[in-house]
Design a protein around this ligand. Structure first.
Ligand code: ADP
Ligand code: MG
Length: 216
């Protein structure tokens, strides 16, 4: 919960910016009697506010209770929805799972939400390019940790983006929120796991996360 309340404070702060833009533009619209001129900006700011709220609620709304679950089953339960998303965006989808009978102690819906967030980032990283777009999930076991690698061959990140990555509200997208990555990272770390990102500009991005396997 601590991670969430920290981000909640940021969300409230971040919502104030578009709010004051909207307020200012409404006042301008009235003064100049030219509503049309300010309409697009107001709508864009409202959409941004909505996106921030949606992104935040998608994770924080969920009950935090955890259960012992099979990481393999969780990943398998994501296949259909991920396949459909990829098909829709002309992306080749692949999943290569390491089978295990071992369990992880997680909130399943949070883990799924994180994976879908990462998929969304990958899809957004393809932009309009027509290259052979690929999205691949690979899992592995190492030192009692279940590793999940999420790889895309999208546009990757230049050095200056990588440096900022993980800062709440850092985004390079016009209507981005910049809370996807920080929330994912906090949630995984909250589960006792690790989260890191490797990326090469114009080559692609790999998110590597791990969750502790319960061995006793
Ligand atoms: P948002 O998606 O709203 O911008 P995120 O926190 O999810 O916020 O991501 C922050 C930034 O990290 C993005 O704006 C983008 O520049 C970069 N990024 C995240 N994932 C990827 C990816 N798979 N490929 C390239 N860049 C990425
Ligand atoms: Mg995102």
């Amino acid at each position: 919960m601590e991670a969430v309340s920290h981000i909640a404070a940021g969300v409230a702060h971040e919502l104030r910016n578009p709010l004051s833009v909207i307020k200012g533009f409404l006042q301008l619209a009235q003064l100049t009697n030219d509503f049309q001129k300010y309409y697009d900006t107001i709508l864009a700011e409202l959409n941004r506010m909505n996106a921030i709220i949606e992104d935040f609620l998608s994770v924080s709304r969920r009950k935090m209770d955890r259960k012992l679950q099979s990481p393999v089953q969780i990943m398998k339960s994501l296949v259909e929805i991920m396949k459909a998303e990829c098909l829709l965006h002309d992306v080749e989808f692949a999943m290569n799972l390491k089978e295990t009978a071992l369990l992880i102690n997680v909130n399943e819906s949070i883990i799924k939400q994180i994976m879908l967030n990462l998929l969304r980032n990958s899809i957004e990283a393809f932009g309009k390019s027509n290259q052979n777009r690929k999205f691949k999930i690979t899992t592995a076991i190492c030192d009692n940790e279940y590793f999940i690698l999420v790889k895309d061959n999208g546009k990757g990140m230049p050095e200056e983006v990588l440096k900022q990555l993980g800062k709440p509200f850092f985004t390079t997208k016009e209507s981005g929120t910049g809370i996807g990555i920080p929330l994912c990272k906090k949630m995984i770390e909250d589960h006792g796991g690790t989260f890191k990102i490797e990326s090469t500009f114009n080559v692609g991005t790999t998110v590597i996360l791990s969750l502790p396997l319960i061995t006793t």
